[in-house]
Design a protein around this ligand. Structure first.
Ligand code: ADP
Ligand code: ZN
Ligand code: ZN
Length: 815
């Protein structure tokens, strides 16, 4: 048998399958998707089988020569292949679609512990035995036949490690490369009876009276239906291990090591939750999805429902139907929405049938959850982006909740979008895809209006609850009335009111990364690029404002070009400043602050939310990480400190993101019996994204935004590719960008625009300067191929100059 193997070296030269022989002994352990160790030149590498040929021709004499040149696979690493042939094909598609090595796509699909680690190992040779005895403790260990990883040698024998070169030359020792598997499995010791229950009474009687403890253990075990863990047994009976050991010696009990899953949810009691009678809208949506599930045909839906309309309820019903028909379901949520509440909701409904893949799990826990899928012990997976690669074999349904979330795009190679992968898998499996959102991305909604997704709308909140009322506050008015505080009078009064009533408040600071746009606080004017229609970014070094798409630049004005006010400057408030201000204005207020600083520790996120839930805080203050998924019964006021911040990002999606954020934030209030208020503070209340968000008017927003996108040539009318180049020296990085531009320009059709080279919005990162090119195209079917050719063409130059090039197809972040 022959196997085609992709080796674990992500370079252009190794980006193809290599042929290996499958030794007879391994032939029934290999499959497409197996992880193997193969010799590759002088090295041993991990690889993945992407094809197998059971060909008889392999036995033909004329092929004998080739056969001999082929090397055999050395080892198969898992009992069950971690990948399926579907995933192998998917990875190949991804490597073409996103311009990445095939193996990089494969790596993205498996748990981190399966990514083998290459390691050098030290061993003795026969020459060492013949050599004179030495006092070296390292050598004496090697003499005993031990093989030591180089890292261990360096740690344990730092003094002798420096002598290694000499020993290698003398031929006393050898260094070989091994691939070390990082997989660990948790094992527990289990105890059970080795005799029948009937025999126990007799045995107990046969023991002398002083063997009280043994009797106790025997009688306890005879009451159990299943083996019990040793620790638990010893703990319960307050006895010692030696008691159990002596029973084992007598052959009366059995002690065995058994593998268990590391399940962080194991000891959690999950209450079952009441099922709601579906609203008409929910029932209608479900009926349509159910019809396609029953037909076992590819179909895709956009479930557009206001926050709180009960989308999750619809997903769960659809998942239930999928399982009932013997198929499997993937449910994707943004990392940030994968809260304990969300997990509980699924555990309550699906119990042991669901695996949860969460990045907050340890690598071991993640691997164990993933193995439940691999072993077909679960039928549902709930997880963030990478759960789209769940190795199910009978996939029937994929749900992507909050489909507009940018976290579905991976911002490192492979730069895939989970939605594209989902479409691919759904088609491949004749499965149903459901995209859900209150604020679908423009790309998705545009496709839905053209019939590419079936559109399902839910406009009502379930349970007769209404959407909270939204108060829009014009901060320019506040300034005019001499209120220079970051809290408007309206928000101030409402906070006081809720504090007095012991209700809770969520304050939201709409801020992302770097917000260095220039804004007039008197009239709300911001500077924009006349060519690209995005906000200009303030540059401190030369006091200029610059466009990061095309390079347009103007000096920073001292007075507002619109109203002549001197209150024009760059803008941005931090959460800490808001916290101080709250403490000053509302003495005694208990604030829980959630931002990158307070949530960097593992589990901090949950702890803080838990404290807020149990009312140990009056105000939850945070950035967009608190905008979604949270569901607190006592929250009756949501305040947005400055809606404008995201509106002026140097990103053509700024308006869309603002609309999404404001709508989501509004959805946080009044989800339960208490009615809610939302206060949005802004310097530009007339902006359509803010105006439409206050009325929950997606359609209205969509129409206007589509007009802009069309006029300025952005998605969904045009597609983009972002090329980013980085290097320590500016001239080199500019040359790299110009090389690519020079190569691409004459090969592109006249309707395609190539913008740049310009400095990236983040112009310098880790001491490397960054420049970018942007392709805007409509009818350029060969664009990815052309980019691959450019990569090929410049590969030597790029390597020689050590320039880093990243190509992002359909980018979400333009930094
Ligand atoms: P979405 O995902 O659209 O934001 P959810 O499914 O989370 O909405 O539902 C919001 C709230 O409404 C939840 O507390 C849920 O239990 C409740 N709910 C959902 N469907 C119904 C229904 N048919 N009747 C009453 N309450 C419902
Ligand atoms: Zn002004
Ligand atoms: Zn521009």
């Amino acid at each position: 048998m022959l196997a085609q193997v992709i080796v674990d070296v992500p370079t252009a030269r190794t980006n193809r399958p290599f042929d290996y022989l499958v030794p007879e002994a391994l032939s029934d352990r290999v499959a497409v998707g197996s992880r193997v160790i193969v010799p590759f030149g002088p090295r041993k590498l991990q690889g993945y089988i992407v094809g197998l040929q059971q060909s008889e021709q392999a036995d033909l004499p004329q092929l004998g020569g080739m056969e001999q040149r082929l090397k055999p696979i050395e080892q198969v690493m898992d009992e069950l292949p971690p990948l399926t042939s579907e995933l192998i094909q998917l990875a190949e598609w991804m490597s073409k679609q996103y311009l990445c090595p095939w193996v990089t796509a494969l790596q993205a699909m498996i748990p981190a512990v399966l990514k083998g680690k290459a390691e050098k190992q030290l061993a003795a040779t026969e020459l060492l035995d013949a050599a004179a005895a030495s006092t070296s403790s390292l050598l004496s260990e090697l003499r005993q036949g031990r093989v030591l990883p180089l890292s261990e040698v360096e740690k344990r024998f730092p003094e002798e490690a420096v002598l290694l070169q000499g020993w290698l030359k003398a031929g006393w020792v050898t260094l070989t490369q091994r691939v070390r598997d990082r997989v660990t499995r948790k094992q527990v010791t289990m105890v059970s009876l080795a005799v029948t229950k009937e025999e126990v009474a007799e045995l107990i009687a046969s023991l002398p009276t002083r063997a009280e403890r043994m009797k106790q253990v025997l009688s306890y075990l005879s009451d159990l239906e299943q083996p019990i863990s040793m620790t638990e047994l010893l703990d319960l009976l307050q006895t010692s291990r030696s008691t159990v050991n002596s029973l084992q010696k007598k052959g009366w009990v059995r002690i065995e090591r058994r593998e268990v899953y590391r399940d962080p949810y194991e000891h959690k009691q999950v209450e079952s939750q009441p099922r709601h009678e579906l609203t008409d809208e929910q029932a209608e949506s479900l009926a349509q999805i159910g019809r396609m599930l029953a037909a076992r045909q590819y179909a895709s839906f956009l479930l557009h429902g206001v926050t709180g309309s009960g989308k999750t309820e619809v997903y769960m019903e659809a998942i239930e139907q999928t399982i009932a028909s013997g198929r499997e379901a993937i449910f994707l949520v943004p990392e940030i929405s994968l809260t304990p509440q969300m997990v509980d909701r699924f555990k309550a409904r699906f119990g042991q049938k669901v695996a949860v893949l969460h990045s907050a799990l340890s690598q071991g826990e993640r691997y164990d959850e993933w193995r439940k899928i691999q072993r077909q012990e679960v039928q549902v997976v709930v997880g963030a982006r990478s759960a789209i690669f769940a190795p199910f074999r009978r996939l029937g349904l994929i749900v992507i909740d909050e489909e507009h979330e940018t976290s579905y795009k991976q911002e490192e190679t492979p730069r895939y979008h989970a939605r594209d992968v989902a479409i691919w898998r759904a088609k491949q499996n004749q499965a149903v895809l459901v995209l859900g959102s209150a604020t679908p991305s423009l790309e998705t909604y545009a496709l839905a209006t053209r019939g590419r997704y079936h559109l399902l709308s839910m406009r009502e909140r379930g349970g007769g609850r209404s959407m909270p009322s939204v108060h829009l506050v014009d901060m320019r008015e506040e300034l005019r009335s001499d209120n220079r505080s970051m809290f408007s009078r309206t928000l101030h009064e409402m906070i006081e009111d809720r504090l007095a009533k012991q209700e809770q408040i969520v304050l939201f600071l709409n801020r992302r990364g770097f917000s260095t746009f220039v804004m007039c606080r008197s009239c709300g004017y911001t500077m924009r690029c006349p060519h690209c229609d995005i906000s200009l970014t303030y540059h401190r070094t030369n006091h200029s404002a610059r466009c990061h798409y095309c390079g347009y630049a103007v000096p920073q004005p001292n007075h507002c070009p619109d109203c002549q006010s001197p209150h024009i400057r760059f803008f941005g408030t931090g959460t800490q400043k808001v916290e101080q201000e709250l403490a000053r204005l509302f003495p005694g207020v208990r604030v829980i602050r959630m931002d990158v600083d307070t949530t960097s520790r593992k589990g901090a996120h949950e702890t803080l939310l838990g404290r807020f839930r149990s009312h140990q805080g009056d105000v939850l203050l945070g950035t967009q990480m608190i905008a979604k998924g949270l569901d607190f019964p006592r929250v009756t006021l949501v305040g947005v400190i400055a809606a404008d911040t995201s509106l002026h990002l140097p990103d053509f999606r700024a308006a869309e993101k603002t609309f999404q954020l404001l709508t989501q934030v509004g959805g946080r209030a009044g989800r339960h019996s208490l009615a809610g208020d939302v206060v949005i503070q802004t310097y530009t209340p007339e902006h359509y994204s803010i105006r439409h968000a206050t009325h929950y008017d997606y359609e209205g927003f969509y129409q206007i935004e589509m007009g802009h996108r069309k006029k300025t040539g952005y998605p969904p009318f045009y597609r983009l590719v972002l090329l980013t180049f980085s290097h320590q020296d500016v001239p080199v990085v500019i040359r790299a960008a110009e090389n690519y531009a020079g190569y691409l320009r004459p090969r592109l059709s006249p309707t395609t625009q190539l913008l740049g080279p310009v400095a990236s919005p983040i112009a310098r990162l880790k001491d490397r300067f960054r420049f970018q090119l942007m392709l805007k195209y409509r009818d350029e079917p060969k664009v990815v191929e052309l980019l691959a050719q450019a990569n090929q063409h410049f590969s030597e130059w790029i390597k020689q100059h050590q320039v880093a090039v990243t190509i992002d197809v359909d980018p979400q972040m333009l930094l």
